[in-house]
Design a protein around this ligand. Structure first.
Ligand SMILES: Cc1ncc(COP(=O)(O)O)c(C=O)c1O
Length: 479
C-alpha cells in the first residue's frame, strides 16, 4: 500500500522532523518574527496537484525549510502580538500522539480512555473556577465555538422551545448584551443561531473600557418596555483589544434581577484562575452560568483548544444531543459521549496537550508564567507613562498594553496615521511584531506579552525600537 513506510524509514522521517522542530525551538528566543518587509514575497500557488510520488525526506526538508525560513513566527519571543502563544513542547508531542492514535471523542465507546482524560481535564479547570454547584463542559475548536455554544445554552434556557421549534416560538425579539469591546464572535454567533446579529445590544464601554452596568440596566429596561425578550449578558474577562475585565459581580447582580443568563467570555483572561495570586482579577467568575476559556491563548497550547463550561450541566443534552442508530453506545458512566454535549460531531482530542503539560509541569508553572508576564507588562506600561513620544490609551490590567502617539490636538485620522507609522517602523525589519487596533473608538498601538519565551531583554529590544520610532515618527507628528 502506497501510504506505508518500512519501520526504518518511519524512524528516519520522524527523527528528521524532530530535528527540525528541536532546532526551531532552540531558535525561538532570537528568531525574527518574519522576514524583512522587502523580502516578504511568496511563490505563486500555481502548482497542480501531484499525481505521482516524491521522495518523502526531500519533501519534508523542503517544506520545513520554507515554513521556517520564510514564515511568520507566532511562537517567537519577540512576538508582542495578538492572543496566540508559543506552544509548550509537551503540547507539541501530545499533538503528534493524538494524530497517531486518532481517538474519536464523539463517543465514549470508541475512546474510553481518551474521553476520560478529556473529562478529567475539564474537571480540573472547572474546579479552579470554584463553582459550588455541579458543572460540565467540553473542549471546542476555540473561543468562537465556545461562545456560540454558550449562547445556544442561554437561548435554550430562557426559551425552551427554540431547539426543536425554532426562534419563532419566542414570541418577541430575543435580545442580549455585551460591551462595545466584546469579541465579534458574539455577533457571528447571533447570526448563526438565527436570532440575528441585531439581537446583540452593544453597550458603550466606560472610561475603564468595561461594560457599563448602569447603561446596561437602562437598555434592559428600554428593551423590556418595547416588548423585546432579553435573555443573556456577555461579560468579557480579557477583551481582545485592551485585556479589560468587566465587573463580573455587578453584571451577575443585574442578571439575577432580570433573570438573565450570565456568560463570561474569558477566552484569554480566565487563565488567571490558574494563579492563586491573581485569580482575584476575575472575581465573581463562579457566578457565571457559562464560561469560555481558550487554552490556545494564555495557557500556551497550540491551536486548537477552547473550552466551554456551564454550571447548568442538565441543559447540555437538551441543547446538543441527537439520537442516531449508528453511534455505538457505552454503559452510562461519569464520562459522556461528547457529540451529545457539544456543537461538533467527530471530535479531535484537544485536551491531551493541556493534560500532558499539566502532568509534566504542574499548575504552578502557569502561576509563574502569569506573574512574569504581568510584571513585564507593568514595565512596558511604566515606560510608556514616562515616555516623551507616547501615552497610555487604556488602563493596563492583563499583559496587554494600549498606547498611542502623544500629540495633543491631533485629529483621529492623524493619530491613526501616526500610530500606524510607528508600528510600520518597528515591524519593518521583521525582528519583532506588535499591532494596531481601536479601543473605545480610538486608534491605539497594542503590545502584548504572550510568548512564555519573552524575557526582559526582548522587552528592552522593543522599547529601544519604539524609542527610535518615537523620534522618527511620533515626535514629528506631534509638532
Ligand atoms: C475575548 C475573545 N473571545 C473569543 C475569541 C475567539 O476565539 P478563537 O479565535 O479561539 O475562536 C477571541 C479571539 O481572539 C477573543 O479575544
Amino acid at each position: 500500500m502506497k501510504f506505508e513506510f518500512d519501520p526504518e524509514t518511519r524512524r528516519a522521517l520522524g527523527y528528521k522532523l524532530i530535528d527540525h522542530i528541536n532546532d526551531y525551538f532552540s531558535s525561538l528566543p532570537d528568531r525574527p518574527v518574519q522576514p524583512p518587509a522587502e523580502e516578504r514575497s511568496f511563490r505563486k500557488l500555481t502548482e497542480t496537484m501531484p499525481d505521482f510520488e516524491s521522495d518523502a525526506a526531500t519533501v519534508l526538508d523542503d517544506i520545513c525549510h520554507e515554513l521556517i525560513e520564510r514564515g511568520f513566527h507566532v511562537p517567537a519571543a519577540n512576538y508582542f502580538g495578538l492572543m496566540n502563544p508559543a506552544p509548550t513542547y509537551m503540547a507539541v508531542l501530545a499533538e503528534a500522539l493524538v494524530a497517531t492514535l486518532n481517538p474519536q471523542l464523539a463517543s465514549v465507546a470508541r475512546s474510553p480512555l481518551a474521553s476520560r482524560i478529556e473529562t478529567e481535564t475539564v474537571r480540573w479547570i472547572g474546579n479552579r473556577v470554584g463553582w459550588a454547584v455541579p458543572f460540565s463542559g467540553t473542549f471546542t475548536s476555540g473561543g468562537n465555538e465556545a461562545n456560540f455554544s454558550a449562547l445556544a445554552l442561554a437561548l435554550g434556557w430562557k426559551f425552551p422551545g427554540v431547539v426543536e421549534q425554532g426562534v419563532a416560538t419566542i414570541g418577541g425579539a430575543p435580545v442580549f448584551y455585551a460591551s462595545s469591546e466584546a469579541h465579534h464572535s458574539i455577533d457571528k454567533s447571533a447570526g448563526l443561531l438565527g436570532i440575528g446579529r441585531q439581537a446583540l445590544r452593544r453597550i458603550a464601554a466606560n472610561d475603564l473600557a468595561q461594560l457599563d452596568p448602569g447603561q446596561l440596566e437602562s437598555q434592559i429596561q428600554l428593551d423590556l418596555a418595547a416588548g423585546c425578550r432579553p435573555f443573556c449578558v456577555v461579560a468579557t474577562a480579557g477583551t481582545t483589544n485592551s485585556g479589560t475585565i468587566d465587573d463580573i459581580v455587578a453584571l451577575a447582580g443585574i442578571c439575577r434581577r432580570y433573570d438573565l443568563w450570565l456568560h463570561v467570555d474569558g477566552a484569554y483572561g480566565i487563565a488567571t484562575i490558574f494563579s492563586d495570586r491573581h485569580r482575584h482579577l476575575v472575581k465573581g467568575i463562579e457566578l457565571a452560568d457559562s464560561l469560555t476559556i481558550d487554552p490556545h491563548k494564555w495557557l500556551s497550547m497550540p491551536f486548537a483548544a477552547g473550552i466551554v463550561l456551564t454550571s447548568h450541566p442538565e441543559l447540555l443534552e437538551p441543547t446538543f444531543a441527537i439520537v442516531t442508530p449508528y453511534m455505538p453506545r457505552a454503559p452510562q458512566t461519569e464520562v459522556v459521549d461528547y457529540y451529545k454535549i457539544g456543537a461538533q460531531w467527530t471530535r479531535r482530542m484537544n485536551s491531551l496537550k493541556l493534560w500532558l503539560t499539566l502532568r509534566v509541569h504542574g499548575r504552578l508553572a502557569y502561576e509563574e508564567l502569569i506573574e512574569k508576564q504581568l510584571q513585564l507588562a507593568g514595565l512596558l506600561r511604566d515606560w510608556v507613562v514616562g515616555s516623551e513620544s507616547f501615552e497610555l490609551a487604556a488602563p493596563q490590567v492583563l499583559p496587554v498594553v494600549n498606547f498611542c502617539v502623544k500629540a495633543p490636538g491631533l485629529r483621529e485620522a492623524e493619530l491613526a496615521a501616526a500610530n500606524a507609522g510607528v508600528v510600520e517602523a518597528v515591524t519593518r525589519d521583521g525582528q519583532r511584531w506588535l499591532s494596531l487596533t481601536h479601543v473605545r473608538g480610538k486608534s491605539v498601538i497594542r503590545a502584548m506579552i504572550i510568548s512564555y519565551l519573552t524575557e526582559k531583554r526582548h522587552l528592552d529590544g522593543l522599547l529601544r525600537a519604539l524609542e527610535r520610532a518615537g523620534r522618527e515618527v511620533a515626535l514629528p507628528a506631534a509638532r
